[in-house]
Design a protein around this ligand. Structure first.
Ligand SMILES: Cc1ncc(COP(=O)(O)OP(=O)(O)O)c(N)n1
Ligand SMILES: Cc1nc(C(=O)O)sc1CCOP(=O)(O)O
Ligand SMILES: [Mg+2]
Length: 497
């Protein structure tokens, strides 16, 4: 389904910022999942290398007519506000958002509080006190550093953002482009109580960095906010939308369009040649190194006990995981030990889920951890012992976080609904898998969650090359045929690259 975004912003005749930047950004992001941008123009500006020449605001009656003409067929999933020129326009936007949020509580509002144009020149008459009434309706505010300071009267960016969160904004994305640091560092700060569309609790703070390039690009702020709005409309969780927006802006900055003295942000679809940003804090003080896999994961059977694991090995499985959940300490040790011995005999890659201490002590081939477990586990000890490491990921942010630990593989899930585990709010569907595969192409990536022989080809057609599953194997009547059929499908699947 095509998601509709409304951009309520000014026209930049030079083509780099405002409505024009939003249109280009949403058009490029639309390559991932269908998007449609509707525009409600708040002002017509004349600007260029010489600065701002004119800014003519649009009357609120015309804004109202622009909105009315779109409803109900073009109702927005996300509204992005850019330049709002005066208190009348802001009041009108507040009324509109109140009404639309009542009709659709899932509606998200991304507010880019544009004040000046990048070549200088005031665009908006709004004062900090005017914005106050809008804050409770704003889901994500995306100020640059001068705007943040202006809106909050605070000089420290973190304190300023937290003050805005107290005023009712749900999340603040601080755009760090104006800082004098060597990195372009953007930080998302989220109100811990913020929930939408059933997504689970967020990280409360995410900082992403990319190398800073010399010179100013016109329109970067608008593009980052538009990319965030687009990714939210596509159904990405907020922290994942932030990662995607950062990838987009980073490559737009690298591929800037230089016209004389004026440099516009560039636009290019996110694909396999895109570069990932650095996630702050996720990298351990000393780089870890986990051995690569000895063989491709291929069909990866995740098994609830040793007896089922033995059936999997007898059926010809070459990659298995022992996922013990309820067993006593004695039973854990017995089953893990027996699984290690059996898998060694049959040259099967065996991963132990959760119980990394026993896996080290008993000499397993590898360990699989959820990201919730990573903070508790001693990754240094796992790496030192020479065990492979697999990490569960539930979206772009977690993939990035896991990738920085350089594990032996990444697991992405849940692709489909599953009875095996509560994965509510973490379903990926098929649409996002090609993006994950392209961005994390250096690392083996296995998909998990609700995978069966009936839907396996659909998962493989996204570019994913390895499939993990639990219940389809446990329930399979004739296990050797089940294993053979899926192994053959995976090995012989005609991937495009
Ligand atoms: C291959 C694979 N992917 C994901 C998981 C889930 O692991 P985790 O997040 O640790 O959750 P539990 O399995 O412990 O419930 C997995 N086990 N294997
Ligand atoms: C154990 C597990 N982890 C998941 C994740 O996404 O991290 S989904 C999942 C359940 C997979 O079981 P089934 O194949 O029966 O659906
Ligand atoms: Mg686990």
């Amino acid at each position: 389904m095509t998601a509709v975004i409304w951009s309520i912003a000014g026209s930049d005749n030079s083509g780099g910022a405002g409505i024009q930047a939003d249109l280009q950004t949403i058009s490029q992001l639309g390559a991932l999942a269908p998007l449609h941008l509707c525009t409600l123009v708040t002002a017509v500006t004349a600007q260029g290398p010489a600065g701002l020449i004119a800014c003519q605001s649009v009357d609120v009656r015309l804004l109202q007519q622009q909105a009315q003409s779109l409803l109900p067929e073009h109702a927005p999933a996300v509204i992005k506000t850019g330049l709002l020129c005066n208190p009348q326009q802001l009041d009108w936007v507040i009324g509109l958002v109140q009404q639309l949020k009542q009709q659709n509580p899932q509606l998200l509002v991304v507010c880019d509080p544009v004040k000046q144009c990048s070549s200088g020149g005031e665009l908006s008459e709004l004062q900090p006190q005017h914005w106050q009434r809008f804050w409770p309706y704003v889901d994500v505010l995306t100020p640059n550093l001068p705007e943040l300071q202006y809106l909050s009267s605070q000089t420290n960016p973190a304190t300023a953002a937290d003050w805005l969160l107290q005023q009712g904004v749900k999340a603040v994305l601080i755009k760090g482009g104006h800082s004098d640091s060597a990195l372009a560092q953007d930080q998302l700060r989220i109100n811990p109580a913020f929930r939408y569309r059933g997504f689970p609790a967020y990280p409360q703070q995410v900082t992403l960095a990319s190398p800073k390039l010399a010179g100013n690009r016109h329109g970067t702020g608008c593009v980052l906010s538009a990319a965030l709005a687009g990714a939210l409309a596509q159904g990405f969780a907020l922290e994942d939308a932030f990662v995607l927006a950062k990838v987009y802006i980073q490559q737009g900055i690298q591929q800037a369009v230089q016209l004389g003295n004026y440099c516009h942000n560039g636009h290019r679809a996110v694909d396999a040649s895109s570069t990932l940003p650095q996630l702050h804090c996720a990298v351990p003080a000393q780089p870890l190194s986990f051995p690569p896999l000895s063989a491709p994961l291929g069909l990866y059977l995740v098994l609830p006990d040793y007896a089922t694991l033995a059936l999997a090995v007898a059926a010809g499985a070459k990659t298995v995981q022992l996922r013990l959940k309820q067993q006593t300490d004695v039973e854990l040790r017995r089953q893990i030990s027996a699984a290690i011995t059996l898998c060694r005999q049959h040259q099967v890659q065996l991963f132990i889920n959760d119980h990394w201490q026993l896996a080290i002590e008993l000499g397993a081939y590898g360990v699989h951890l959820g990201q919730e477990d990573v903070d508790q586990a001693n990754l240094q000890a796992i790496a030192h012992a020479g065990l492979r490491l697999g990490l569960s990921c539930h979206g772009l942010y977690k993939l990035l976080r896991a990738e920085q630990l350089q594990p032996s593989y990444l697991a992405i899930g849940a692709v489909f609904a599953t009875q095996t585990k509560d994965m509510s709010g973490k379903l990926q569907g098929l649409d996002k898998l090609p993006l994950y595969r392209q961005l994390f192409r250096q690392r083996p990536l296995v998909a998990i969650g609700g995978i069966t022989p009936q839907n396996a080809a659909a998962v493989l057609s996204t570019g994913i090359r390895h499939l993990a599953l639990v219940s389809a194997f446990v329930q399979a009547e004739y296990k050797p045929a089940f294993v053979r059929q899926l192994q053959q499908l995976i090995e012989e699947f005609p991937h495009a690259d």
